[in-house]
Design a protein around this ligand. Structure first.
Ligand SMILES: Nc1ncnc2c1ncn2[C@@H]1O[C@H](COP(=O)(O)OP(=O)(O)O)[C@@H](O)[C@H]1O
Ligand SMILES: [Mg+2]
Length: 506
């Protein structure tokens, strides 16, 4: 980092005294730029109104202010800026009075020594540091608040999108293959997908995205994305992968990590409108990489581009939600906010390095784990099913579309809107219920509680939970004897059918 720049306002009417102070500042050049000067109180006030300062050196004997009038005026004009008063000769009493009235310190004209001036500068530096800390805190709080808000809204949206998408899907399935309305329905589905991607970013940023952490080989995730990445990046940009052969494993949600890589890659693309090189690299702690050293026990995934790079101001704001430098319609300002949310949710962190005009590197660091990746779950196409499903969701739209989807595929479906209702229906039902498909968070009794209760008398009943909330926030792992299956909202009809099929044929 460059040393902080201390901006000093010197208010002094005596040219030779001013010269002394100025000479000192010039020698200590590395700490700050040249001081601004004012010879009267009026000039000082005008300067304070038009520029920012970190320190005021104030002579108390000004032509347009008597005694401590100038101090009072400066104090009320800029109450948060430290003021060091310059007194005449050895007037200790006046100096102390000035400190009582709000000055940070005083120095006397016969002793304008470097030490005293350095001390003055320290006041300014302390203030800058305090301001930086306050600003960082404020930013973190803002991120948190907006994250909560965004996550909450996105959750509601998910349910609605689910209903829209599934309804369009259902209508389309009923139409003959040459019906012209199919095109319009496909358009609705495409728009819903786009909206779902947006809510996905919002959920990720709000750390409310459902996570199914598994042991991952990041190299394998990156290579698996090739077919997705190339067309998204487009021509004119060379995509290079530099993957560490013996890369450590991490535990994270595969879909979320793909979202991270995609967001970083798209930003890299946008930063290289005239082409360039996009490098995706991985490494273990101990090896040296593009973003400096890596702490022990970490695995890094870095995305580097040779694009426009960023200035300091942009660099400081990139993770802010809705911060974008792209024209309207091009940027949402949510990409890096989502990346940030995901990385935090995965217990990692992210570092950025960039020089204006020379490109940028975003490096995600995750904790290394010693386990081996599990076998990927097989997922064939959904097939026609049979069996009885008890469906519980307090959201009517979700319940309706899910029920229609399942019935169409051949399942018997009993629909209920609450845990109590579900228990009543089950009590009345004499034969087997193969599957309980339930929302997790519902007023009047949660999905897991309902599952516990029903399984007491129906131990073979399978359970699938549906939720837009994160797995960690859900009390579903305690459901006895079941490795609870979680279906993330919004799900497409095909996801629902595949999950139900998988669970029933397990
Ligand atoms: N690789 C990069 N090179 C230069 N600037 C970047 C890069 N990645 C992100 N930025 C800056 O960060 C901003 C925020 O990025 P992001 O959150 O993904 O939102 P968006 O891409 O929608 O603008 C971008 O508008 C851009 O100014
Ligand atoms: Mg982006």
């Amino acid at each position: 980092m460059t040393p902080p720049e201390v901006r000093v306002l010197l208010v002094e009417d005596n040219p030779s005294d001013a010269l002394l102070v100025r000479a000192f500042f010039e020698r200590a050049e590395s700490e700050f730029t040249a001081a601004s000067e004012a010879a009267t109180l009026a000039e000082a006030i005008a300067a304070l109104r038009s520029h920012e300062f970190d320190l005021v050196l104030l002579d108390v004997g000004l032509p347009d202010a008597r005694d401590l009038e100038a101090l009072e005026a400066v104090c009320s004009e800029a109450p948060e800026i430290p003021i060091v008063v310059i007194t005449i000769k050895e007037d200790e009493a006046l100096g102390r009075l000035a400190v009582e009235k709000g000055a940070q310190d005083y120095l006397s004209k016969t002793r304008i020594s470097p030490e005293v001036l350095f001390r003055s500068l320290r006041y300014a530096l302390d203030r800058q540091r305090r301001k930086a800390v306050e600003e960082a805190l404020w930013r973190a709080q803002k991120m948190d608040a907006v994250g909560h808000l965004a996550g909450g809204v996105a959750h509601e949206f998910n349910n609605l999108l689910l209903a829209i998408k599934a309804s369009a899907e259902l209508v389309r399935m009923d139409l003959p293959s040459d019906d012209p309305m199919r095109e319009d329905l496909a358009e609705i589905e495409r728009a819903t997908d786009r909206a779902a991607r947006l809510t996905r970013q919002l959920l990720a940023f709000g750390r409310k995205q459902p996570q199914q952490p598994e042991v991952l080989d990041l190299n394998e995730v990156i290579l698996g994305m090739d077919a997705l990445l190339r067309p998204a990046i487009g021509e004119g940009i060379e995509v290079v992968t530099r993957l560490e052969p013996e890369l450590g494993r991490v535990r994270a949600d595969r879909g979320s990590i793909e979202q991270v890589v995609m967001n970083l890659a798209l930003n890299a693309r946008d930063a290289m409108p005239d082409g360039g090189i996009l490098t995706i690299s991985t490494r273990n702690a101990s090896s040296h990489g593009p973003a400096g050293d890596l702490p022990d026990g970490a695995v890094e995934l870095a995305v580097t581009d040779t694009g426009t790079g960023m200035d300091q101001e942009t660099l400081g704001r990139v993770f802010e939600p809705f911060f974008t430098t792209k024209p309207q319609g091009r940027g949402t300002g949510l990409g890096l906010s989502a990346v940030h949310g995901i990385v935090q949710q995965s217990g990692g962190d992210i570092a950025v390095k960039s020089t204006l005009g020379e490109g940028a590197t975003f490096a995600v660091r995750l904790r290394r784990v010693e386990d081996e990746p599990e076998e990927p779950r097989k997922s064939g196409p959904p097939t026609a099913g049979s069996g009885t499903i008890l469906l519980v969701d307090d959201e009517e739209v979700v319940r309706n579309v899910a029920a229609r989807m399942l019935r169409r595929s051949g399942y018997e479906v009993m629909e209920t809107g609450s845990a109590a209702e579900a228990i009543a229906v089950a009590d009345e039902f004499p034969s087997t219920i193969h599957l309980l498909l339930t929302d997790v968070v519902m007023p009047g009794g949660s999905g897991p509680e309902l599952a516990d209760e029903l399984r007491a008398s129906r131990p073979d009943m399978k359970v699938v939970f549906m939720s837009g909330y994160t797995r960690e926030h859900l009390p579903i792992d305690r459901v006895e004897g079941s490795s609870a299956v979680l279906l993330e909202k919004p799900f497409a009809g095909a996801d629902l059918l595949r999950t139900v099929e998988d669970v029933l044929t397990e």
